[in-house]
Design a protein around this ligand. Sequence first.
Ligand code: C2O
Length: 577
Amino acid sequence: MEISNLPGKSCCLWLLFNLLTVITWLDSFAAAETHYHEFVIQTTPTTRVCRTVNIITVNGQLPGPTVEARNGDSLAIRVVNAAKYNVTIHWHGLRMLRNPWADGPGYVTQCPIQPGASYTYRFTIINQEGTLFWHAHVGFLRATLYGAIIIYPRLGSHYPFPMPRREFPILLAEWFDRDPVSLLRMTQFTGAPPNVSIAYTINGQPGDFYRCSSQDTVRVPVEAGETILLRIINSALEQELFFSVANHRMTVVGTDATYTKPFTTRVIMIGPGQTYDVLLTADQIPGRYYMAARAYETAQNAPFDNTTPTAILEYKSVGCGNNNGQLSRPLLAALPAFNDTSTATAFTNGIRGLSQNTVFTNVDVNLNFVVGLGLINCTNPNSPRCQGPNGTRFTASVNNVSLVLPRTSSLMQAYYQGIPGVFTTDFPPVPPLQFNYTGNVPRGLWTPSRGTKLYKLKYGSRVQIVFQDTSIVTTEDHPLHLHGYDFFVVGSGFGNFNPATDPANFNLVDPPQRNTIGNPPGGWVAIRFVADNPGIWFMHCHKDSHLFWGFAMAFLVENGVGPSQTVIPPPADLPPC
Ligand code: C2O
């Protein structure tokens, strides 16, 4: 894979450039580079599981191109929209310090790139290493517009674990029987959840267990005895997934581009928006072993895709003429039952931060966000537009506010340019009404109100958020994602959060730092972060249907003092609405 595309230069210049690079490299370990990419958004007929769908791709690829860089490098990625839908690209998990203009959520930090237009995302990676991913952030387009982001240590610095012999990104995703635009239109029309996927994919391929897919099953080659690094990404729209490799154990060493204490496991559970870096040692009898995933589904009575995508871990000595190397059927990985919440919870709670992070103990801003689904009653329950339970339409909210995004400006542009009437800053810090969130909730509390409310934070404030799931419609795991920040996950549990007793058990010693954490179904999760990145930052459920229904809010983090605490000016090519 190419790390960057060198811009056109004459050969001499290129040689000189290389020479200079070598000299700089020898000279200093801080050499940072700028990587240029061109992403052409286009419509590409693509066939999976015997079904051809006109999907939107970057450069015709599924998954899209991998973006590789070192910590400290800069990127300039020109996105050219040659498709017929509005698009934006989000660099999920990159902090974009003081630079919300490069973050990418549509109508939050930018207006979409319209068909025929282009926009160059320019940003620098500051103190982040590991695996992230990029994806579209408009409608359901990220179903097919996604790719890996790999951030290596700076030159001269190393992983905090033995150097693996090889590295492979493993992108998990869903394949639908239609294109994401008509999937969204249907959801919009019916008020019901979107159709579930008809397959899952690993690096774009469903694998052996699906029709018409065996030929293209992804193979991961290993030499017996060596250790490889898998960079596992859940880029699915909706589904938490279990993942395992037959007979092999995995050692988690990183998550969401932060390092973790090594944690050895047979199975991982990864929610949409999360990443795990795992080491795997090829210490089994040389052969072929399935890597496989399966749904982890927590909603009650919800349809889900219960199929199994596979890739094959293939020892190199196998199939190269040695006698034991019959290309026999690979061994299948054991996977938990789809509703195995105890396995999922034990895994997530096993992840600990690498450094003895001393998390701040004094909280300046204490927020309590009640999150989940809701239903809107229809005047005519038999209407084809009301295909939710008992003739309703689905909705979702945070503290009873179902977010409505503006259309005429992005929130960030409205804030920066002082355009009035686009949003208010009265997002409630606590639920407007307290009730038994996980009990039998009276029907009158199932319908949130709609609004475009932000929560304002002073620069540098120390923030805690306790998220609380409800049993409205169903309890469910929600992958909660915050833009612009990594946060410490200091605690979680089932049932209602108890402010009198639960904080005593918070982990302020070695909590993991992440950008996406699952709220346990019918439970709560507590996070902390310092608001040291000014701008407008989106917070939402990383299940796209929930986001579409309004399960989102945004923080407005004010500038601090001086240029190092102030949002940079917007680039000249920022798209208009
Ligand atoms: Cu990966 Cu706003 O999301």
